[in-house]
Design a protein around this ligand. Structure first.
Ligand code: PLP
Length: 379
C-alpha cells in the first residue's frame, strides 16, 4: 500500500500508542475523582496539556481540549456576538458553515490560494469583530502570512481605542494541517485563537484543541460538569490528549529532518509526473507551501477515474478534502482559486507522510502516469 493522502488522516505514531496504552487500561481513572490514583491521572493530563501548549508558545491553561478541529473551530466562533467576519472562500467547511450564521465578507485570494493583503486591509473596518484564516490550506498546502494580517488587526485595535469603539476584534486561525510541519508560536503569529488537530499529526482521531488566551470571551459549547475552564464539559479524553501531545512533540522534534525528507520526495514525484502526456499543473504556492503537499492538475483527465485505477494497485490519494469527496462534491477550494472546470476535474490532492519512501514515490509517480495513459487510450 502506498498512502498519499496524509492531509486526510495520519496513522497513530508508535510513541503516541505507547504513551496512551496505560490510560486505556490500568490508569483508566476519571481525572476528576477524589482518590490519589485519579489525581495522578489528572496530573498527567495537565502535564500533557502543558507539553502541547509549549509547542505553540502557550500555557496549558490556554488550551481547551475538544473532540477535534471541527469542535475547536465552532467554539472559536462563540467569541462572535455581532459585527462582521472576514475569512476566505478556501477555508475548511467547519469554518465556512459557521460563517453562514454571521455577516461575512470574503477576502480575495490569488490562484495559489494566498490572501490578497490589500483587499484584506480594505475590508478590515470598524465593524469587523472576527477574522478567521487558516495557517495552511488543507487542499493546497498554501501557507498564509498570518503575522502580516495580525499587524493590520493590531493597527485597527489601536484605532478603536482612540475612537472609543468598544467592539472586540479577534484573530482566529485553523492550524489543523500545520503542526509539526512549520514552526508555530501564537505570539509570533499574533493570533488570539488557534485550532489544533491530533488526527493530522500522527495522534489519535477525535482529539483537538483550541488555544484561547484569557482575553477572549468564549461561550461553552456544551453544559455539564464544567471541565476545560467551563468551556467544554464532559469527562476528559485522557488517552486522546496524552497521545496527541506525544505525537505533536515528536513531530516538532523531527520537523526539520521531516521537511527535508518531504522536499526530496516532492521533487522526485514532480519529476515523475512530468513524464505524463498531459502537462501537470502544480497547484498551490511554491514559496509558501507545506513541504508534504503536492496538489496537481492534469486538465482533460477525470481525476476520479485515476483514483479508481490506482486503487487496484493499493495507491491511495484523493481529489480534495475527504468530507467533500465522500459527498461527490467538487472542491470549493479549487473553485475559489478560479481554476477552470477542466482543471478542477483533473485535480489530485497528493499529500505525503512519514511512511513514504523515495522508492514508494517513484512507483506512485509512474503508476499515476500510467493511469493517465490508460485513460487517454480509453477516451
Ligand atoms: N480544519 C481543517 C483545515 C482540516 O483539514 C480538518 C480535517 O480534515 C478539520 C478542520 C476538521 O477536523 P476534524 O474532522 O478532526 O474535526
Amino acid at each position: 500500500m502506498i498512502f498519499l493522502d496524509y492531509a486526510s488522516a495520519t496513522p497513530v505514531s508508535e510513541a503516541a500508542k505507547k504513551a496512551m496504552a496505560p490510560y486505556l487500561s490500568e490508569k483508566f481513572f476519571n481525572p476528576s475523582s477524589p482518590y490519589l490514583a485519579a489525581k495522578r491521572v489528572r496530573e498527567d493530563y495537565e502535564a500533557a496539556k502543558d507539553t502541547l501548549a509549549h509547542l505553540i508558545g502557550a500555557k496549558g491553561d490556554d488550551l481547551i481540549i475538544t473532540s477535534g478541529a471541527t469542535e475547536a473551530n465552532s467554539l472559536a466562533f462563540s467569541a462572535v456576538e455581532t459585527g462582521k467576519i472576514l475569512t476566505l472562500k478556501t477555508e475548511h467547511d467547519s469554518i465556512l458553515k459557521n460563517c453562514e450564521n454571521y455577516n461575512t465578507e470574503f477576502v480575495k485570494v490569488d490562484r495559489s490560494g494566498r490572501i490578497d493583503l490589500d483587499d484584506f486591509r480594505n475590508k478590515l473596518d470598524q465593524n469587523t469583530t472576527f477574522v478567521t484564516i487558516s495557517l495552511a490550506n488543507n487542499e493546497l498546502g498554501t501557507i498564509q502570512p498570518l503575522s502580516d494580517i495580525a499587524e493590520m488587526i493590531k493597527t485597527e485595535c489601536k484605532e478603536r481605542l482612540k475612537n472609543q469603539n468598544p467592539l472586540p476584534l479577534y484573530f482566529h486561525s485553523d492550524a489543523s494541517q500545520s503542526l509539526g510541519l512549520v514552526p508555530i508560536s501564537v505570539a509570533r503569529l499574533g493570533v488570539d485563537l488557534l485550532t489544533l488537530n491530533s488526527a493530522k499529526v500522527y495522534g489519535p482521531k477525535g482529539v483537538g484543541a483550541l488555544y484561547a488566551g484569557h482575553r477572549v470571551k468564549l461561550k461553552s459549547s456544551q453544559k455539564g460538569g464544567g471541565q476545560e475552564r467551563g468551556l467544554r464539559s464532559g469527562t476528559e479524553n485522557v488517552p486522546g490528549l496524552i497521545g496527541f501531545a506525544k505525537a505533536a512533540e515528536e513531530a516538532k522534534k523531527h520537523q526539520d529532518k521531516n521537511r527535508k525528507h518531504y522536499e526530496k520526495l516532492v521533487e522526485i514525484l514532480k519529476s515523475e509526473l512530468k513524464n505524463s502526456p498531459i502537462e501537470p499543473i502544480f497547484l498551490g504556492n511554491k514559496k509558501h507551501q507545506l513541504a508534504n503537499f503536492c496538489p496537481v492538475s492534469f486538465p482533460g483527465i477525470d481525476a476520479e477515474r485515476i483514483i479508481y485505477l490506482l486503487e487496484d494497485d493499493e495507491i491511495y490519494l484523493s481529489t480534495g478534502a475527504a468530507c467533500a469527496a465522500s459527498k461527490g462534491e467538487k472542491s470549493h477550494v479549487l473553485k475559489a482559486i478560479n481554476l477552470s472546470e477542466e482543471e478542477i476535474a483533473g485535480s489530485l490532492r497528493i499529500s505525503l507522510g512519514l511512511q513514504n519512501t523515495e522508492e514508494d514515490i517513484k512507483i506512485a509517480g509512474r503508476k499515476i502516469v500510467s493511469a493517465i495513459n490508460k485513460e487517454i487510450a480509453r477516451l
